[in-house]
Design a protein around this ligand. Structure first.
Ligand SMILES: [Zn+2]
Length: 53
């Protein structure tokens, strides 16, 4: 069983296509924190807010 992560909304799923937004999913292999991803911080903030909403 391989958990994948949506590139668009960050949702976790086992499918190749995100059931939430229809975005492409990837295997969450890359590091969670990357200096090459300056917007990752904001995406996580948005994700957290969305989860609490
Ligand atoms: Zn998604």
């Amino acid at each position: 069983m391989k958990l994948k992560k949506c590139k668009s909304c960050g949702a976790y799923t086992l499918k190749d296509v995100c059931p939430s937004c229809g975005g492409q999913t990837i295997s969450p292999r890359p590091p969670k924190f990357s200096p090459l991803d300056p917007y990752g911080k904001y995406r996580r903030m948005l994700k957290k807010q969305a989860g609490e909403a």
